[in-house]
Design a protein. Structure first.
Length: 334
């Protein structure tokens, strides 16, 4: 309860700070509106398609992890995971950020898939860990580039080198690295088992680390799909920039996406409103974009297009599920 109250107070303070900063900027709001109204609808459609790709990758990545952990979901279709991946994304922008995503997916596996909550939570956390690692590999090159210590090309090559080295290390030392994650998670569960409210809910077998094993082949597939998702998110930001008239090389967004995504790892406000915008404001300002109207148009358009795309993808997926479920139910009645 205290954590929730602290996060709420922190979120309000951050929100107030962001409002104060924006109010101090010399922004021509008429110009911002003009830029946004002049956006080519093709950019909007392209951004939506990229977000569809993001969710397709997110669902595939999560499915690979879950099917390694529990045979109870072995017969579940890809659409099953897509449905809850989308629901997790919607909860992420409406409620608690990444925490909402983790909660929705783990509870979905518990209720609908009969997967123990410990395994369901581990599947989502492992999935998020891979994302955090990839963001981190881009974070260092992005910081060096923005600090003008290396060139853009050097930053891209450095990021590619770090990813390749990690991939090779993951291939060679897979058992040790996955085992370390399993051990750490089981230690956390064992610590929770001492708490009165969790003792009855965490039987001894729930803390055994061997049940969280993920094969080398599956974990490498998860890594590759996570990279694809990262590329799609970078392409989304690049598309929004082009839509509002900001012409920069794609490689800048490729490097900077990791830095911005690292900022939003730990949720403060629902959907991390303002955090990613502040990150992109800093990045674009450092690479030479001085027009406050263009920067504000980019941040507003990015947030609106992202949220609307997530909601639209969610509505589409659940509409398909409803129609298919109704058809199956009617067929069963006959």
């Amino acid at each position: 309860m205290q954590i929730k109250k602290g996060r709420t107070i922190g979120g309000l303070l951050l929100g107030g700070l962001l409002i104060w900063i924006v109010s101090r900027l010399d922004i021509d709001w008429q110009e911002v509106i003009r830029i946004m109204l002049s956006i080519d609808p093709l950019f909007i459609f392209a951004g939506y398609l990229l977000m569809v790709g993001v969710f397709l990758c997110a669902a595939l990545r999560w499915m690979l992890v879950v099917k390694e952990l529990d045979t109870l979901v072995g017969d579940r279709s890809y659409f099953y995971f897509l449905r809850y991946a989308v629901l997790g994304g919607v909860s992420e922008i409406l409620f608690l950020g990444a925490l909402g995503n983790i909660g929705v997916k783990s509870m979905a596996l518990k209720i609908d898939g009969q997967v123990p909550l410990t395994k369901g939570t581990y599947s989502v956390l492992f999935d998020q860990l891979i994302t955090l690692l990839i963001n981190t590999f881009f974070l260092l090159p992005a910081c060096l580039f923005l600090a003008k210590m290396i060139s853009l090309a050097q930053g891209v090559w450095l990021a590619a080198t770090l990813l390749l080295l990690f991939f090779l290390l993951f291939w060679v030392c897979n058992r040790f690295m996955i085992g370390s994650v399993m051990w750490l998670y089981s230690v956390v569960l064992q610590a929770l088992a001492f708490l009165p409210f969790a003792k009855k809910r965490l039987p001894e077998q729930a803390t055994r680390k061997d049940q969280f094993a993920i094969s080398r082949a599956a974990s490498l597939k998860v890594f590759l799909v996570a990279i694809m998702k990262y590329l799609l998110l970078a392409a989304f930001s690049f598309t929004v920039a082009l839509a509002v008239g900001i012409s920069l090389p794609f490689s800048i967004f490729l490097l900077s996406e990791g830095a911005v995504m690292t900022l939003v790892t730990f949720p403060i406000l629902p959907g991390n409103v303002g955090v990613s915008e502040a990150g992109w404001y800093g990045v674009l300002s450092l690479v030479g974009i001085t027009s406050q109207a263009s920067l504000m148009a980019f941040m507003i358009t990015s947030r609106l297009l992202f949220n609307l795309s997530v909601l639209l993808v969610g509505f589409t997926v659940w509409l398909i599920h409803f129609l298919c479920f109704r058809e199956k139910r009617e067929a069963a009645e006959f």
